[in-house]
Design a binder for this molecule. Sequence first.
Ligand SMILES: NC(=O)C1=CN([C@@H]2O[C@H](COP(=O)(O)OP(=O)(O)OC[C@H]3O[C@@H](n4cnc5c(N)ncnc54)[C@H](O)[C@@H]3O)[C@@H](O)[C@H]2O)C=CC1
Ligand SMILES: O=C(O)[C@H]1O[C@H](OP(=O)(O)OP(=O)(O)OC[C@H]2O[C@@H](n3ccc(=O)[nH]c3=O)[C@H](O)[C@@H]2O)[C@H](O)[C@@H](O)[C@@H]1O
Length: 464
Amino acid sequence: MKIKNICCIGAGYVGGPTMAVIAQKCPEINVTVVDINESRIAAWNDDDVNNIPIYEPGLSNIVGEARGRNLFFSTDVDAAIDQADMIFISVNTPTKTYGIGKGMAADLKFIELCARQIARVATTDKIVVEKSTLPVRTAEALRNILDNTGNGVKYQILSNPEFLAEGTAVDDLMDPDRVLIGGDIDTAEGAEAVEALVDVYAHWIDRDRILTTNVWSSELSKLTANAFLAQRVSSINSLSELCEKTGADVNEVAKAVGMDRRIGSKFLQSSVGFGGSCFQKDILNLVYIAKSYGLNEVADYWEQVIIMNDHQKRRFAANIVKTLFNTVSGKKIGILGWAFKKDTNDTRESAAIYVVDYLLNEQAEVVVYDPKVKPEQIYADLDYLNTRPEAENRASVTIVDNSHEVAEKAHAVAVLTEWDEFIELDWSKVYDDMLKPAFLFDGRRLLNRAEKEQIGFEFYAIGS
Ligand SMILES: NC(=O)C1=CN([C@@H]2O[C@H](COP(=O)(O)OP(=O)(O)OC[C@H]3O[C@@H](n4cnc5c(N)ncnc54)[C@H](O)[C@@H]3O)[C@@H](O)[C@H]2O)C=CC1
Ligand SMILES: O=C(O)[C@H]1O[C@H](OP(=O)(O)OP(=O)(O)OC[C@H]2O[C@@H](n3ccc(=O)[nH]c3=O)[C@H](O)[C@@H]2O)[C@H](O)[C@@H](O)[C@@H]1O
């Protein structure tokens, strides 16, 4: 079976880049990405491809090449569903903020709405692909909704979790370690659907890197991969605190440990804490699932990854207060970086939000610069925490458009995102512009200690 028309519901950080790459690599397939968010779709359709709503290195070129040829962005969800033979569901699956499982379980209401919409609109057989990250056994719920419409349409449900990381999305999509496809491989129709999706990816990915499994393994592998990655960050971050007490250096420890090929060197960069939309949400979801099966020890084991991460963010902020003679009240603290990592404008769960919230509770005056994050996003992130009236966030936080304004008469500067441009800053000028003693806190191990101390900074870096 050859796929001719793909529809993707959800034009976000996953749906947009993934579909752009599929469209570029498969010129004979029409790919339509739909979303209910009109302004997001308008931005994807902006005449200037540099205005697409997601910043990812290399993405605007790909969109520029494929858009209007075989890549389309639209708000007409029904029409795209109707025409497609394969439908990717790539909508958000945030942590529930209400009811049973509040703060832990994934909120699947957007997924269910998609399933109901597909069931209502479809008149021809469809392959429905779970692209969103979902709790294990979600496909069962989807099948229940889709199969009970009584309109005779046949559905195959596949799980095809996405492993791209933001900031490197295009490279990750072009050259993934693996593509995972879960399906009902024991039936002829299921195997045919799996093969149809394998064919799409095989346009540019070797078949031996396209892994097929049963649906439940695929769903659970995605949660497991994120849990393992986040666990490595929490593991090294837990040791960063011990390094600070003992005179060991966390970078040296990470290097020594990571050179063991059984351990590997990736994801051992100590930091102010991991952020991003998925690590925390997916681990909380894993914890919730384990608990729901009565597996309390399993749940506790993974929950510790989150507990350690929260501790890391809090202790970084607390250390700023302690170092500044136990008070930051009325003091200007400059923040370099708001995104949860470099090369993205995404701020979801960024450590910066929590560090600044802590400092605001201590009555600091905060000045923020990030090269890609818009001011309204920074305020929205703080408002979302609901810690204080929105007007207070605006009164206490100033957002500037260059690094040097952050330093002007600041008592301290903290690096919270590892943007390359912060390495190249004129640090002598930063020092000159600050009040003395000039405290510099490196939450990313981005800066060279000897150089900064030479300039005159009181320098603090995670894990040393
Ligand atoms: N952000 C990332 O790097 C990765 C995310 N994922 C997973 O992919 C999924 C999507 O994540 P993101 O793209 O980051 O989310 P996002 O929030 O950027 O995008 C989701 C989009 O779906 C749209 N949407 C929601 N309900 C809809 C409906 N009924 N009809 C049409 N559009 C609808 C929203 O308006 C939004 O634009 C999540 O499950 C996430 O866990 C997986 C791998 C990487
Ligand atoms: O499911 C998802 O959403 C994605 O989550 C992560 O990707 P992402 O969150 O975009 O970015 P990462 O590079 O994993 O970084 C996550 C956080 O961990 C931090 N981190 C990462 C690595 C490290 O060594 N140290 C460290 O502090 C980063 O700064 C960032 O805040 C995974 O890497 C992807 O494989 C996955 O698809």
